[in-house]
Design a protein around this ligand. Sequence first.
Ligand code: HEC
Ligand code: HEC
Ligand code: HEC
Ligand code: HEC
Ligand code: HEC
Length: 219
Amino acid sequence: MSAIFKPSANFLARFSLAAVGIVLGGSLLVLWGYWRTPYAQGLQEEIVQPVFFDHRHHVVDDLVDCRYCHFNAERGASAGIPSTEMCLNCHSQIWNKSPKLEPVRRSYFTGTPIEWNRVHQLPDFAYFNHSIHVNKGIGCVTCHGRIDQMAAVTKVNSLQMSWCLECHRNPAPNLRPRDQITSMTWQPPSDPAAARLLAAELTKSYDVHSRTSCTTCHR
Ligand code: HEC
Ligand code: HEC
Ligand code: HEC
Ligand code: HEC
Ligand code: HEC
């Protein structure tokens, strides 16, 4: 009985299997590569807001602390977005004729909150809490970047698990004195020995631990 497949068919079959493998593997690699790009992670992506609120006008020279508007950051899980009433604390007096503030006045007089679009948003299965970070000496700028220089807030860190874990494994170098939490310009001492000493002191006085168990963030 003659063979149904010639030896060359055998070769062809192997060749095409290998080719399929290469193509599949290749596309997975491309996907993986894409997932790691700033684009896929939504970094630097500008989100259009109902009011053109510009942090550069509002956090000049430490005139207004972040916590004036995001006052919940120190006390609760979320930092919170300020209410319309908060805007009018200042804008009933200043720039009260500005057309850019028309949606704010409308919101105030109709009693409908401004619908800000979220820039940072973790999936529901990941637990995050602002107050613990703020009280253990992690500054806003470490996670959110130079908000004081952004016309529109964009995400500068991926917020992916690997990013959280990188700090959770060894938080010490990211600690700062609590009175510098909202400073956008504070830097650790430039001398490495002094920086290590400060990191060690803060770790001790704020009782900071490495937290990497799954239940820290998945509860
Ligand atoms: C005068 C009030 C005010 C002050 C002061 C202020 N913010 Fe905001 N912030 C807002 C408003 C309103 C929004 C929502 C609109 C937007 O995203 O730009 C916002 C949005 C943000 C967001 C993005 C929220 C999201 O959707 O993920 C971050 C992060 C943030 N602020 C950080 C800061 C930091 C850090 C400071 C201090 C350096 C600060 N803010 C000071 C009013 C303020
Ligand atoms: C350890 C990193 C980290 C630090 C420090 C941090 N944030 Fe955030 N911030 C986040 C994450 C992550 C989210 C998204 C939370 C979510 O989706 O539940 C967020 C969300 C926000 C939001 C959107 C509204 C909300 O509450 O979810 C604002 C406003 C904000 N941060 C402001 C601040 C300010 C102001 C500070 C400093 C006082 C600060 N953040 C410090 C990581 C951080
Ligand atoms: C602590 C006082 C204060 C608060 C609170 C405040 N603002 Fe302002 N805002 C200012 C000042 C001061 C300016 C003008 C800054 C400049 O021209 O450099 C301004 C400018 C603006 C402008 C630009 C106006 C124009 O015509 O160019 C907009 C829009 C604005 N604010 C929106 C808001 C919104 C929305 C809120 C509430 C989330 C808010 N502001 C809360 C002080 C404040
Ligand atoms: C730059 C450093 C840093 C980053 C980034 C960071 N964390 Fe943390 N986180 C800390 C520190 C420091 C603590 C306090 C640990 C301690 O001593 O209990 C903490 C504590 C926590 C706690 C409370 C743990 C407990 O047992 O009470 C949760 C939940 C948490 N982080 C979630 C997250 C998530 C989710 C992310 C990423 C979206 C994140 N963190 C990113 C530094 C960081
Ligand atoms: C410091 C906080 C933190 C710790 C600790 C942590 N995770 Fe996560 N994890 C996250 C965050 C934040 C996300 C969402 C990431 C995103 O949106 O891409 C996530 C996502 C995930 C996902 C969804 C797939 C993915 O990668 O996006 C799985 C599965 C997961 N975590 C499992 C674990 C397991 C298992 C452990 C323990 C070994 C663990 N996590 C520890 C913060 C944490």
